[in-house]
Design a protein around this ligand. Structure first.
Ligand code: BEZ
Length: 211
């Protein structure tokens, strides 16, 4: 069955381009972005992994490690990494799992019947330091993902874990946020001493509290 938000991310052992890992041990106290790509030596995936490598400092800032999986071998991943560096101008700086036996892909339900072959779709799992699944995305093979959106949702989840707020449409870090509707105006005074704007009783906008 597909993993749901709040489920424990399944643990596994795997060979990667950075050696053999136990997933939960490797994750440690970090947030994790685990994502699949359909195959090595393919054009869209090449751009996605190049962009992920370029964003390394952004993931680090968010205490987030990236790990990638496909059903190709570690040897193929290593050769392809050279192509990524050459064409995308950035060396791969995260492990890529060699999942030739599809153990990880099947554990995370990344191979979709009807999608033409035995390769993975473009799945993304955001996993918190307690190993809980906090966000999932599934894109078809034809559509490269937007990694700015992945960073944006990490910002939102990390913020809303600490404060009684939610983030509105297209929000990015530093913009105004919404006070959760379950908080009464009376209690909101304690949490948001600088106040808020009430557009509707259920729509109260305030400055991002940790800025
Ligand atoms: C790609 O990464 O370019 C790709 C992979 C599988 C199917 C279509 C495109």
């Amino acid at each position: 069955m597909a993993l749901r938000l709040g489920d424990t991310a399944p643990d596994f052992e795997a060979d990667t381009t950075e050696g053999h890992i136990n997933f939960h041990e490797w994750s440690g106290d970090s947030w994790i972005v685990l994502f699949s790509h359909p195959a090595d030596f393919t054009p869209v995936c090449t751009t996605e992994l190049g962009e992920t490598a370029r964003l390394r400092a952004e993931f680090d800032k968010r205490n987030t490690k990236v790990i990638v999986v496909s059903v190709d071998s570690v040897d193929d991943h290593k050769v392809w990494s050279g192509d990524i560096q050459e064409t995308q101008g950035c060396a791969v700086n995260f492990p890529i799992i060699g999942d030739t036996d599809r153990k990880v892909s099947e554990l995370y339900d990344m191979i979709h019947p009807g999608e033409g072959d035995t390769s993975t779709v473009r799945s993304v799992f955001l996993i918190d330091p307690n190993k809980k699944v906090r966000m999932t995305l599934t894109y078809p093979k034809s559509a490269g993902r937007n990694f700015a959106e992945i960073l944006r949702v990490i910002d939102s989840i990390q913020l809303t874990d600490g404060y009684k707020v939610a983030t509105p449409v297209n929000w990015t870090d530093g913009e105004d946020v919404i006070i959760v509707p379950t908080l009464s105006d009376e209690d909101a005074k304690t949490h948001f001493p600088d106040g808020w704007t009430t557009l509707k009783p259920y729509l109260r906008v305030t400055k991002q509290p940790n800025k």
